[in-house]
Write a protein that binds this ligand. Structure first.
Ligand code: NG6
Ligand code: CA
Length: 497
């Protein structure tokens, strides 16, 4: 490898709740995603690429730390006022790349907590992305359905009027007196909630959590894609002469789905489809910018999603009614929140003209592997406590082999885990309802052990646990060992170049 290929720029584009079947290059026909498909045509399309969990915070935690999220008991879907769950001493993807000389930035959805708890949104914030390895940060603190509905630039709320301070309250019994809520003032809503999401109203949409003040700083959902895109593009432009790492975390197609009016009606699927098309357009704008700046050849672009798809995630936005034959999880069972593959197997594309062999890959790879793999790529030696679950699968990521991980632990919700080994998936008995009826998705909970052979049964239809008790037992034991043990991949250091 020459020096310039050793430190390519790295952009991780990360969708929110995009399913395995939601884009053209993975088989979707109900909507067009020409830009993601362009990336796929020039890159490597993984068919066994995973997020570590079926919800956002845990997957993002793993992506940035190289650690399975169930190791951190705070890594579950966080409220908007939660403290930062990544210890500033932890080796993270951005802090590791900084050691290799990269400029680092996060733009978009964060959802890993801010500060130490009890934060004052009206003063410079401690515990931000700047404290775990990012040089530049322009984010929303949590999700687009959670307060506070403001952007954070570094440590500060953007556009805050000091005379109108922000207060945030997540105790649902403590609404701010006199302020409208979705529950009490449905007449003020431009999009009705279906379940949850009945608290403070911002931009005509009721959210999770109550907030007061900060009127001049409130975001407009329809402008969010353009706001984040502009920040992402300007970071690339400003850093075009130095290696850079950009974590560009889209808010689409998470609820509330409110794409810019220029994308409304671009699909027959309603706001969910239109939001995916809007995100695809953002991908295209970024790819065009790389071309324009002459950065295409020397930039790795990863595109993936934090968890599988959901149609009705709490707002009445017609995603179910207008879904038609579109299968957001493609052939997979389950979706967001699920222990079945639809929860965690996601679009996973890596492009690097000149550096990657384009095509399709069957290799088993996970977002938790970026830390060790990109450390190997850039020649950073990881300390012994860094990324305990991150495997160096660089050769698989670059298409030099179809062999990735031997096994991977996958998390549904509440740290309920599943083991995939080769083509076998083992789901231990878990208590709880078989279906999350709010969102109409199968959870994977069952009193019986489940074993599936993905080689002939990608849809996890036939439970073969009783036909193969030896395999089920072996996998149950292995999963138990991993859950109780320390680290799963002691080998990442050996591979560091
Ligand atoms: C759930 C929300 C859902 C979504 C999810 C987080 C309700 C009823 N549901 O609690 O709408 O916000 O959290 O999604 O409030 S994630 O992709 O960020 O994990
Ligand atoms: Ca998500």
């Amino acid at each position: 490898m020459t020096d310039s290929t050793k430190c390519p720029n790295i952009i991780v584009m990360y969708a929110d709740d995009l399913g395995f079947g939601d884009v053209g290059c993975y088989g979707a026909t109900a909507l067009d995603t020409p830009n993601i498909d362009r990336l796929a045509a020039e890159g490597l399309v993984f068919h066994n690429g995973y997020a570590t969990a079926a919800t956002c915070t845990p997957s993002r935690y793993s992506l940035l730390t190289g650690s399975y999220s169930w190791r951190n008991e705070r890594a579950h879907i966080l409220p908007g006022d939660a403290p930062l769950i990544i210890d500033p001493d932890t080796c993270t993807l951005p802090s590791m790349l900084k050691r290799a000389g990269y400029a680092t930035a996060v733009v978009g959805k964060w959802h890993l907590g801010i500060g130490a708890g009890d934060q004052n949104w009206n003063a410079p914030l401690p515990g931000t992305p700047l404290d775990i390895g990012f040089d530049t940060s322009y984010i929303m603190a949590a999700t687009n359905d959670r307060v506070p509905c403001v952007y954070l630039d570094g440590r500060n709320v953007v556009g805050l009027d000091p005379a109108d301070p922000i207060e945030v309250e997540y105790d649902r019994n403590k609404p701010f007196p006199g302020l409208p809520t979705g529950k009490d003032n449905p007449e003020l809503l431009k999009m009705k909630y279906h379940h949850g999401h009945d608290m403070s109203i911002v931009n005509g949409v009721s959210r999770i959590g109550y907030m007061k003040g900060g009127d001049a700083a409130l975001w407009v959902d329809e402008e969010m894609a353009d706001v984040f895109l502009e920040k992402a593009l300007s970071f690339v432009e400003q850093n075009k002469n130095t290696p850079f790492f950009l974590y560009y975390a889209f808010h689409q197609p998470h609820v509330p789905r409110l794409p810019h009016p220029r994308f409304v009606g671009s699909t027959a699927l309603g706001p969910r489809g239109d939001a995916i098309v809007e995100m695809d357009w953002c991908v295209g704008e970024m790819l065009d910018a790389l071309d324009r700046h002459g950065l295409k050849e020397n930039t790795i672009v990863v595109f993936s999603s934090d968890n599988g798809p959901v149609l009705n995630d709490g707002y009445c936005d017609q995603a179910v009614e207008r879904g038609g034959n579109h299968r957001p999880a493609g052939p997979l069972r389950g979706g967001k929140y699920s222990m079945y593959d639809g929860g965690t197997r996601v679009p996973f594309i890596l492009s690097w003209p000149g550096g990657v062999n384009p095509g399709a890959s069957r290799a088993l790879v996970s977002q938790v592997d970026f830390l060790a793999s990109f450390a190997a790529l850039t020649g950073v030696a990881l300390g012994s406590d860094a990324g305990p679950d991150s495997a160096n699968v660089l050769d698989a990521l670059l298409g030099q082999t179809d062999e990735g991980r031997a096994e991977i632990v996958l998390e549904g919700i509440q740290a309920k885990t599943v083991l995939r080994q080769g083509n076998w998936v083992f789901i231990p008995p878990h208590e709880g309802p078989p279906v999350n009826t709010n969102v109409n998705i199968e959870t994977g909970n069952s009193s019986a052990p489940q074993l599936y052979d993905l080689s002939g049964d990608i849809g996890q239809i036939e439970n073969v646990a009783s036909a193969h008790p030896d395999i089920a037992d072996q996998m149950a034991n292995r999963l138990r060992d991993i859950r109780s043990g320390q680290r799963t991949t002691p080998r990442h250091q050996e591979h560091a170049r």
